[in-house]
Design a protein around this ligand. Structure first.
Ligand code: UDP
Ligand code: MG
Length: 217
């Protein structure tokens, strides 16, 4: 009985470890990233960590796809967009009312969303599924903070973009931040299904797996 219990525990633990090692996330090089010739650089950064690209394609998203991709009916997310737009004022002696004409975060979020929907359809994107240990958090770390002027150096957004939602808003556009990455498991599942549903996700080993995950001493 005790042995069985241990075996069951081992099987469960093995499954947990397998799931951690094969966690999948969705990410996308946005139109500005493609048009600036940063596809190779961005994929290189993902690959250098030991994470693995298991599906990839280039396409110009339709409005319908963009609206299905982002949680456009989630009021909390829209208000969060608005609060990010507002945080573009950090360190500046300007008020949201002066720059945006309102300080209501929902209204600011809706305005940012309208620009985002246009931006995402403005050219080809490279959509990917990336697999590996805690890939969701890893790819978010590689991406850096949403607002380019706040993203740390060493991140994709920090190293290759500089933009502020205030400037973007006055210029009548979305901020340009090069790259998208799923924020959590729910988003990853939704986005992988949306962009790659019914398509093949590849299964292969990297040569580096032997060094990274085998006991070699
Ligand atoms: N965005 C924007 N202005 C803002 C906040 C966000 O144009 O003030 C855009 C930006 O392209 C961002 C996307 O909306 O990447 C989605 O926002 P989210 O808060 O989900 O950030 P992310 O997950 O991309 O870091
Ligand atoms: Mg997001």
């Amino acid at each position: 009985m005790a042995k069985n219990t241990t075996k069951e525990y081992d099987a469960e633990l093995n499954k947990t470890i397998f799931d951690i090692k094969h966690q999948r996330t969705f990410c996308m090089i946005k139109p500005d990233g493609v048009m600036r010739g940063l596809v190779g650089e961005i994929i290189h950064r993902i690959e250098k960590t030991g994470l693995k690209v298991v599906a990839m394609k280039m396409l110009t998203p339709t409005e319908e796809m963009v609206k299905a991709h982002y949680p456009v009916n989630n009021e909390k997310w829209i208000v969060r967009l608005g609060s990010k737009a507002k945080s573009g004022l950090d360190g500046l002696s300007l008020s949201a009312k002066e720059v945006y004409g309102t300080d209501d975060e929902k209204a600011l979020g809706e305005n940012a969303l309208a620009g985002l929907i246009q931006y995402m359809q403005s050219g080809p994107v490279v959509a990917m599924v990336v697999e590996g240990i805690q890939s969701i958090d890893m790819v978010r770390k590689l991406a850096g903070a949403t607002l380019p002027f706040k993203a740390e150096m060493g991140t994709i957004r920090g190293d290759f973009s500089v933009d502020n939602p205030i400037v973007a808003n006055v210029e009548g556009r979305s901020i340009h931040n090069l790259f998208h990455a799923s924020e959590d498991t729910e988003e990853a599942e939704h986005e992988i299904k949306l962009w790659f549903g019914g398509e093949t996700i590849c299964d292969y080993s990297l040569g580096s797996d032997d060094i990274m995950y085998c006991k070699h001493y």
